[in-house]
Design a protein around this ligand. Structure first.
Ligand code: HEC
Length: 142
């Protein structure tokens, strides 16, 4: 390899770019403050294993209810949204939308998040398990 002797192209003035970055950083920070600490992104493959704990009562097939309602399309949907499934009053009237934050809270301790729910599940103690599970639910059910 021969050195051509050409100078490296000088970088363009950084000014505007830096300003943009600062605005972006500020926006991100404000968004984070508005929605609380961001939840770590989970691993869907690991989440599939966590879902084994749910399978006795839930399927991911539309229309296939077990003891619990089908979880097809659950992420982004309204709680109590499966037609024909008999929810507890607490769940039916909850007005919860299932997003990362509400699902994480529900999975931590179902009966604490939604007193009166008839879901008999103690919860997932590990934050990583919940994040993985949510990633899996999103992948499979949206
Ligand atoms: C022992 C059975 C059982 C297990 C295990 C169980 N669930 Fe449930 N689940 C239910 C029942 C019953 C309901 C309905 C609750 C109600 O109406 O209050 C429910 C409701 C739900 C809902 C609300 C659905 C909707 O349509 O709004 C979600 C989400 C959910 N379960 C997720 C899970 C996940 C994820 C797991 C595994 C980590 C799990 N459940 C484990 C029985 C179970």
């Amino acid at each position: 390899m021969e050195f051509s002797g050409k100078p490296w192209p000088l970088k363009k003035p950084m000014r505007t770019q830096t300003k943009m970055r600062r605005v972006l950083a500020l926006t991100t920070l404000l968004a984070a403050m508005a929605t609380g600490p961001a939840l770590a992104a989970g691993d869907a493959a690991a989440g599939e294993k966590v879902f084994k704990k749910c399978k006795a009562c839930h399927s991911l097939e539309e229309g296939k209810n077990k003891v619990g309602p089908s979880l097809a399309g659950v992420m982004g949907g309204q709680a109590g949204g499966v037609e024909g499934y008999k929810y507890s009053k607490a769940m039916a009237n909850s007005e919860v939308t299932w997003d990362d934050a509400s699902m994480d809270a529900f999975m931590t301790k179902p009966k604490k998040f939604l007193p009166g729910t008839k879901m008999s599940f103690p919860g997932l103690k590990k934050e990583a398990d919940r994040a993985d599970l949510i990633a899996y639910l999103k992948q499979e059910t949206q």
